[in-house]
Design a protein around this ligand. Structure first.
Ligand code: AMP
Ligand code: GLY
Length: 425
């Protein structure tokens, strides 16, 4: 099959790598890809969505998969569908579930889907009134639009909540993205990510994963895009999966159809579990990164078939099977992440001679560039992620860290406690 993947991170790498591993005959293209995707695929120059759709048509691309949220929120799926191309991802209208927190919260409320109590407002006076009426601390204040993961403040006092609301509404904090805000109650529990592959009507729920958002061990340091993940997590049991399907995913798909924006694509459900009850913290309309990197290797059935069937509204025709194994992924980030960019640093990968490491680990690459000297350099952000697969989380984690020990570049940063919530410290 000829497949086009939009994006350049380790998430997109892991999708292409997983597809290619299952079937060497597949031909994969990336727009734009990174310095390592060209080892098994062809990278295309950056171009507009219109030009990309034209290229896909001319080159008989049979399936396009979109990784990041920006092209989805911008409407890439609508552009491709207009050209009768098969593309996996939500339409611009459906992508509002991620693009606007206000849209998402109002949707959850309308369809009775469990979430934190909130108000949505653009009036400072209303925000103050709601904050004054809240009986518990902390208080959560969120900007409406996409703020690269920075638009959520957990305020420890009513004064701080009011100040934050003021800064967001004035446009000072996040510009237009903060002109509308959400103020909501704080949910005290543990966070899980679940991913449903949806075709508008039906869905397949993947094993639950856990991300590690803080830069440093013990969940300290600044927030990042995610420093590691593992799946499946024992923090989700069968009862919880059932609750998520019945109370969250089904009403979401039904609701989106009623709204005239049937949801096709990855529904990423950010959950807070409070006393074994799931609440939606947020929706994203794409895979988590690094969650995707630990989910793809757990796919026993065909990855491309699942995406293709989802994109053609035929998920009910397939049964998806997952491996019995566990996957742990440890991100290695560049020196100044997440504050600023870093000098390019040459990456040295030791030759993997140990059979067990060779068989049960691999690397998904993200912020890497192949320079003129033919060598791979770390050129920013999260550089790569080492994945280990094992019969237990511990075995998978040990293997992931063994692989990390064989990767060298100046200034590398990694956490040493990925999967601690499942294993203890
Ligand atoms: P969001 O972008 O809405 O997922 O928020 C980012 C992070 O803020 C989440 O991953 C949680 O850690 C935290 N958070 C957001 N909303 C709440 C809430 N209502 N209660 C507790 N923590 C929250
Ligand atoms: N790992 C969290 C995210 O992709 O948003």
């Amino acid at each position: 099959m000829k497949i086009l993947i939009v994006g350049s991170g380790a998430r997109e790498y892991s999708i292409g790598y997983g597809i290619k591993k299952q079937d060497k005959n597949d031909e994969i293209f990336y727009m734009p890809g990174n310095g390592a995707t060209d080892e098994f695929a062809t990278n295309l120059e950056k171009m507009s969505y219109e030009d990309l759709a034209k290229w896909a048509k001319e080159n008989s691309i049979e399936l396009t998969i979109v990784g990041p949220e920006d092209p989805l929120v911008d409407g890439i799926v609508d552009v491709f569908k207009k050209e009768n191309l098969t593309i996996f991802g939500p339409s611009k209208d459906a992508a509002r579930l991620e693009g606007s927190k206000v849209y998402m919260k109002n949707f959850l409320q309308k369809y009775n889907i469990p979430t934190a109590r909130y108000i949505e407002t653009s009036s400072l006076e209303d925000a103050y009134k709601f904050i004054d009426g809240m009986d518990k601390l902390p208080i959560v204040v969120k900007a409406d639009g996409l703020c690269a993961g920075k638009g959520v403040i957990i305020a420890q006092s009513k004064d701080e909540a009011k100040k934050t609301a003021g800064e967001m509404l004035s446009g000072k904090a996040f510009g237009d993205a903060g002109k509308k805000i959400i103020v909501e109650e704080f949910l005290d529990g543990y966070e899980l990510s679940m991913f449903a592959i949806c075709d508008g009507d039906d869905f397949i729920l993947l094993p639950a994963a856990q991300d590690h958002k803080r830069l440093k061990d013990n969940d300290e340091g600044p927030n990042t895009g995610g420093m590691g993940a593992y799946a499946p997590t024992p923090l989700a049991n069968d009862e919880l999966y059932e609750k998520v399907k019945e109370r969250i995913i089904k009403p979401t798909l039904d609701g989106m159809k009623k709204e005239g924006a049937a949801f096709e694509g990855v529904l990423f459900i950010g959950l807070m579990i409070v006393e074994n009850e799931p609440y939606v913290l947020e929706y994203n309309v794409r895979f988590g990164d690094p969650e995707c990197e630990v989910l793809m290797p757990l796919m026993k059935s065909s990855i491309k078939d699942m995406f293709y069937k989802a994109a053609t509204n035929k998920l009910n025709e397939i049964k998806v099977e997952f491996s019995e194994k566990y996957a742990v992924g440890v991100v290695m980030a560049s020196k100044n992440y997440p504050y600023s960019s870093s000098e390019p640093a040459e990456i040295i990968l030791d030759e993997v001679v140990h059979d067990e490491i060779a068989k049960n680990t691999h690397i998904s690459f993200a912020g890497v560039t192949r320079m003129d000297d033919g060598k791979l350099y770390a050129t920013g952000g999260r550089v790569l992620i080492c994945i280990g697969l094992g019969d237990s989380i511990k075995e998978a984690r040990d293997l992931a860290y063994l692989r990390c020990g064989q990767v060298h570049f100046a200034g590398k940063q990694l956490r040493t406690d990925i999967a601690y919530q499942a294993l203890g410290k």
